[in-house]
Design a protein around this ligand. Structure first.
Ligand SMILES: CCCCCCCCCCCCCCCC(=O)SCCNC(=O)CCNC(=O)[C@H](O)C(C)(C)COP(=O)(O)OP(=O)(O)OC[C@H]1O[C@@H](n2cnc3c(N)ncnc32)[C@H](O)[C@@H]1OP(=O)(O)O
Length: 194
């Protein structure tokens, strides 16, 4: 992690993140946390449809194919879309920690242009935890998992309770989520009781 701003430098009392004993095994696909999520949901038509796998330790890998709907300049991915792919991959790390957390800060470097049709190979790792704060870092490579880095990010996620969504989400979608048994299963996986 580059720690480019002090906000992304873990404090002295930060500890190494610990993979939860019930976390998905290395190599296992980590399912979507919400069917309509722009990052990982199957029910988001213009979404990224990211498929993420658990890695060793507190690491995940993901692949994202840049589609025509993701362009910013002709034939090239929009930077915000690439930042979303990094954000989603980083967010999935919290599954391995078994905590619900949202992005507080995301710092992104765009190193190489990413053409439409490219498969972006993403890798993320949680590097430190301090109370509710989870520090993590990610890269996106092109041309293969060992190809050159096209994008990278450092992030700070903040642990929240399920009330964060109940209190702030639009009621129509919250009610639909609570009525969906699959969504409730996801919430139980996070050990929350909505
Ligand atoms: C029915 C439902 C089922 C649900 C089933 C599960 C669903 C699972 C969904 C997961 C979804 C993931 C999706 C992908 C990841 C997103 O894209 S998440 C969406 C984007 N992010 C957001 O919307 C977050 C918006 N921000 C907020 O709501 C609030 O600012 C936060 C982040 C919750 C923090 O507020 P707070 O809880 O009041 O915390 P606060 O006391 O201000 O800060 C706590 C600590 O964090 C630090 N901090 C806070 N913000 C920042 C910041 N921006 N920069 C630096 N430090 C910060 C503070 O300085 C403080 O540090 P200490 O003083 O403890 O050292």
């Amino acid at each position: 992690m580059s720690g480019r701003t002090t906000a992304l430098t873990p404090p002295a009392d930060a500890v190494k993140p610990e993979r939860h004993p019930d976390a998905p095994a290395p190599g296992e696909i980590i399912g979507t946390h919400y069917d309509r999520c722009f990052g990982c949901g199957d029910g988001a038509p213009h979404g990224l449809h990211l498929v993420t796998r658990a890695g060793e330790g507190v690491r995940v890998t993901a692949e994202f194919t840049v589609q025509e709907a993701h362009q910013g300049a002709p034939g090239l991915a929009h930077g915000g879309v690439l930042a979303s792919a990094l954000d989603e991959t980083l967010g999935t790390l919290n599954w391995l920690l078994r905590v619900i957390a949202v992005t507080g800060r995301l710092e992104t470097d765009f190193v190489r242009p990413v053409p439409v049709g490219t498969v972006l190979h993403l890798e993320a790792e949680a590097v430190a935890v301090a109370d509710r704060k989870i520090y993590s870092t990610a890269t996106g490579r092109i041309g293969g998992p060992d190809g050159p880095v096209a994008v990278r990010a450092d992030a700070l996620f903040i642990e929240v309770k399920v009330d964060h969504f109940m209190d702030n989400g639009r009621p129509a979608e919250i009610d639909a989520a609570l009525a969906d048994p699959d969504q409730l299963k996801v919430a139980r996986a996070f050990e929350v009781n909505p």
